[in-house]
Design a protein around this ligand. Structure first.
Ligand SMILES: Nc1nc2c(ncn2[C@@H]2O[C@@H]3COP(=O)(O)O[C@H]4[C@@H](O)[C@H](n5cnc6c(=O)[nH]c(N)nc65)O[C@@H]4COP(=O)(O)O[C@H]3[C@H]2O)c(=O)[nH]1
Length: 669
C-alpha cells in the first residue's frame, strides 16, 4: 500500500506539460513533471525533450478529429522514479499556425495493477519504443511497453498472444527446456493475426519471461508478393515456368529413386496469334483465361497445369503407369476444347496442338523432356490442328527443319522463291475439266521443293502469311490472265485462304484491288476456306463472306467434315461449294460408316443447293461411288497431280482448252 502523505507531498502541484505532436517535442513542462516524469517523457535531443514514436502515434490518433478546448483522459500510466503510477488528462490546445498540441496533467493512481521490480522498470524504459512485455513464469501478464499495448491490446496471459492454441502450448513447454529463444510465429493483434519475430528470455532467479515482438507481416507480405511474381502467371494465376522446372526436377528425383515414370503434355493454342492480332490483347487475354480454366477442368486432380507464357501450357503428371495415362488427358482436353468460349460477347473457338513426352522413355533430363514434348507438339501443329502426338526420335529432326525454314521464310518472300502449282477439278459424270486449285510450293535454293504443310503453319505463326497470302492471290489472278492472253478458254481457279489471312481487316478490299489490277472476271475466281476459320467468329465471317459475294466471286468450304460441321451454321454462310475432305474419300467403298457420311454430306449439300466436290480421288471405285451419290465434281491424283504452270497449260491443251475463240463466255464455270 502506498503512503498517502508521501504521495501528496510529491504530488503538489500536479505534473503538467505540453506536447507538440507535429514536432514530437515537449516545448514546456513544469518542475513537478521534470522531477517526477523525466524518464517517461522521452530523451533530450539538442536541448529539447522529445517524445517517443509510439506515444506520438497514439496522441496523433486522439487529436485527429478532436476540436480545440476538448479534454480527454487517456489510460496511459506514467511511472515515476519512485514507481508511482499516474494516468493523464489532456486538453487540446492551439500551438499557432493551426497546429494542435496537447496540454497534459498527470494524476497519481493509488493502486498499481502489479508490482514492478527495479529491473523491470529499467527494461521497460529501455524498450519503451519497442513492443516489449513481461510475464511471470506461468505466462501471466505483468507489464508491457505502450507499443506492446497499442499492438496487442489488454491481455492476461502470454497464451492470449498466439493465434493457434497448440503454438501457445508448445511455446510454454519449450520454455521449461531453454532460457531463450527466437522464432517467427503468427500472433493475434488488434489488427488481426500477423507474422512476428519474437525474442524471448527468462530470468533465472525471478523466472519472469521477457518478450520482445517485431511485427514482420509487411516483410512476409512482400516476400509472398515477390514469390507470386516470380512463380505465378498473373493472368491465369497458374504456376509459371519457374515452378514447372522446380516440379520437374523433383519429379525426376522421385521417379529415378522409385523407378517410376512421369510425363508431360506440351500445349500450344492453334492460331491464337491471329486472334490476338485481330481482336486485340484484351480479348486475347480473356480467351487465355477461359482456356486455362477449361484445361484445368479437363485434367485429373493429380496433374498440374502451368502456363509458360503466351499461348503455351504444360501439364505434368507424376507416377504414370503407361503413356496412355497422358494420352487420355490429351483426349479429354481436345474434347472439351471443341466447345465455344464466350469472350467479349463473341462465341470463340480455339483448339490446341499437344505434344507428349515421358521420363524415362523419351528423355533422361528435364530440358530434353520439355524439348521433346515441344517437338511432338510441333508435329501435331503441322499435321492438323486439335491433335496430339507422342514423341518419336525423328521429330527432333523436324524441329530443326522448322527453325531453318522459319528463318528463311521472310527472305523467301522478298526473293519470291514461291511457285503455284495447279490441280485440275473434274466434273462428273462427263469427267470434263472445269477448273483448278492453286497450291503453293516453296522452291528452296538448297532444300528443293518444300510442301505447304511444312511452311504454311510457320507463316501463320509468324504473321508472314499476310504478304504470302497476298502474293498467292496476285499470282493466281495473273496466271488466269496469262492463260487467257495465250488463247486458253477461261477456267475457274480457286486459292486457299489461311485463318489468319481471313481475319485480315482489309481482305475484301485487297482481293477487289487485285481483281481490278489484273482484270480478272470475279466469276472465275474462288476462295477456299475452312470450317474452323469461319467458326472462330461466325458473325464477322458472315459479313466478310457477303463482302466477297458482292464482288462476284464464289466461296467454298475446304476439308469439310474435319471441323465442327454444323448444318445450322452452314445455312447462314453464303457459300456455294462444299469440298469433302480426302480422309473420307480415302476409304470410300471400304468403310461403311465413311460411305454413309459421304452419301449424307452430298445429299445434304444438294438439298441446300450447294455444289459438292470430293478431293483426294485416287481410283475408279471412288469415282463410281461418288457418281452414284450424285457428287458433282472430283479432284485427285487419278486425274492429275498438281502441275506447274507450263505442265498445266499442256494439260489444258490435251483437254481442248486451247485456241478456242477468246470471246467464248458460256464455258465451264
Ligand atoms: N493423298 C492425296 N493428296 C492429294 C490428292 N489430290 C490432291 N492432293 C493434295 O491434297 C492437298 C489439297 O489441298 P488442301 O486440302 O487445300 O490442303 C492444302 C492447303 O491447306 C495448304 N495450302 C496449299 N497452298 C496454299 C496456299 O496458297 N495458301 C494457303 N493458305 N494454304 C495453302 O496446304 C495443304 C497441302 O497442300 P498440298 O501439299 O499441295 O496438298 C494438296 C494436294 O496436293 C490425292 O489424290 N491424294
Amino acid at each position: 500500500m502506498t503512503d498517502l502523505s508521501k504521495l501528496l507531498q510529491c504530488k503538489m502541484p500536479l505534473a503538467a506539460w505540453v506536447i507538440d505532436v507535429e514536432q514530437s517535442s515537449v516545448p514546456w513542462c513544469n518542475g513537478a513533471a521534470e522531477a517526477l516524469l523525466a524518464d517517461s517523457l522521452g530523451e533530450i535531443k539538442s536541448g529539447q525533450r522529445m517524445i517517443g514514436e509510439a506515444l506520438k502515434e497514439r496522441i496523433s490518433l486522439y487529436l485527429d478529429g478532436v476540436e480545440e478546448g476538448k479534454s480527454l483522459t487517456f489510460d496511459w500510466p506514467f511511472i515515476s522514479k519512485e514507481g508511482i503510477h499516474y494516468s493523464c488528462t489532456g486538453s487540446v490546445i492551439s500551438l499557432g499556425q493551426k497546429r494542435k498540441g496537447l496540454s497534459v496533467e498527470a494524476h497519481p493512481v493509488m493502486k498499481p495493477r502489479f508490482s514492478r521490480d527495479d529491473q523491470d522498470v529499467g527494461l521497460l524504459a529501455q524498450f519503451e519504443t519497442l513492443s516489449f512485455a513481461i510475464f511471470n513464469k506461468n505466462g501471466v501478464y505483468c507489464d508491457s511497453s505502450e507499443c506492446f499495448k497499442t499492438h496487442f491490446g489488454n491481455i492476461n496471459n502470454v497464451r492470449d498472444l498466439f493465434a493457434v492454441t497448440d503454438a501457445a502450448d508448445s511455446f510454454m513447454s519449450r520454455f521449461t527446456q531453454q532460457e531463450s529463444l527466437s522464432q517467427e510465429i503468427m500472433l493475434s493483434t488488434l489488427r488481426g493475426v500477423r507474422w512476428h519475430r519474437i525474442e524471448v528470455s527468462q530470468n533465472k532467479s525471478t523466472q519472469k519471461i521477457y518478450l520482445l515482438t517485431h511485427d514482420i507481416q509487411e516483410d512476409r507480405d512482400h516476400e509472398v508478393a515477390l514469390y507470386r511474381l516470380n512463380n505465378y502467371d498473373s493472368l491465369t494465376n497458374l504456376p509459371n515456368r519457374n515452378l514447372l522446372y522446380h516440379q520437374l526436377e523433383n519429379a525426376l528425383v522421385n521417379a529415378s529413386k522409385r523407378q517410376r515414370a512421369f510425363g508431360i503434355l506440351y500445349l500450344d493454342l492453334d492460331g491464337f496469334k491471329v486472334i490476338n492480332d485481330n481482336f486485340g490483347h484484351r480479348v486475347g487475354d480473356e480467351l487465355i483465361q477461359r482456356v486455362a480454366e477449361r484445361i484445368k477442368g479437363s485434367i485429373p486432380s493429380g496433374a498440374c497445369l502451368y502456363r509458360l507464357g503466351g499461348d503455351e501450357f504444360v501439364v505434368v503428371l507424376e507416377n504414370i503407369d503407361s503413356i496412355e495415362d497422358l494420352e487420355n488427358i490429351a483426349k479429354n482436353i481436345m474434347q472439351n476444347a471443341s466447345n465455344t468460349y464466350p469472350v467479349a460477347k463473341m462465341e470463340m473457338m480455339i483448339t490446341a496442338s499437344i505434344g507428349i513426352a515421358s521420363y524415362p522413355q523419351h528423355a533422361n533430363d528435364v530440358d530434353n523432356l520439355l524439348k521433346n514434348a515441344d517437338a511432338a507438339m510441333y508435329r501435331a501443329k503441322s499435321t492438323a490442328h486439335n491433335m496430339y502426338f507422342v514423341y518419336e526420335n525423328k521429330m527432333a529432326d523436324n524441329i530443326n527443319a522448322h527453325l531453318t525454314l522459319g528463318g528463311g521464310l521472310r527472305k523467301a518472300i522478298e526473293e519470291e522463291q514461291f511457285v503455284l502449282h495447279y490441280q485440275p477439278k473434274i466434273r462428273l459424270p462427263d469427267e470434263s475439266v472445269v477448273g483448278a486449285e492453286a497450291l503453293i510450293r516453296w522452291s528452296h535454293p538448297e532444300l528443293g521443293m518444300i510442301s505447304p504443310d511444312q511452311f504454311i503453319p510457320l507463316a501463320e505463326e509468324s504473321g508472314l502469311i499476310i504478304p504470302l497470302g497476298e502474293w498467292v492471290i496476285c499470282r493466281a489472278c495473273r496466271q488466269l490472265q496469262e492463260w487467257r492472253e495465250a488463247g486458253y478458254r477461261p477456267i475457274k481457279l480457286s486459292v486457299n485462304l489461311s485463318s489468319r489471312q481471313f481475319m485480315q481487316a482489309d481482305l475484301v478490299d485487297m482481293v477487289q484491288r487485285i481483281l481490278e489490277e489484273t482484270g480478272v472476271d470475279p466469276k472465275y475466281f474462288e476462295l477456299e476456306l475452312t470450317e474452323s476459320m469461319l467458326m472462330a467468329d461466325a458473325q464477322q465471317s458472315i459479313e466478310k463472306l457477303h463482302g466477297f459475294r458482292k464482288l462476284g466471286l464464289t466461296l467454298s468450304i475446304d476439308d469439310f467434315g474435319t471441323g465442327y460441321s454444323s448444318l445450322a451454321y452452314l445455312k447462314k454462310f453464303p457459300i456455294q461449294t462444299l469440298k469433302i475432305d480426302r480422309s473420307f474419300i480415302h476409304d470410300l467403298g471400304l468403310d461403311c460408316d465413311n460411305d454413309a457420311i459421304v452419301k449424307a454430306t452430298v445429299a445434304m449439300a444438294n438439298s441446300l443447293n450447294l455444289k459438292v466436290i470430293a478431293e483426294g480421288v485416287e481410283n475408279r471405285t471412288q469415282v463410281d461411288i461418288l457418281n452414284s451419290y450424285k457428287c458433282q465434281e472430283v479432284q485427285g491424283y487419278l486425274f492429275s497431280k498438281p502441275l506447274n504452270s507450263v505442265d498445266f497449260a499442256l494439260y489444258m491443251d490435251i483437254h481442248g482448252f486451247y485456241n478456242v475463240s477468246v470471246a467464248v463466255e458460256n464455258d465451264s464455270v
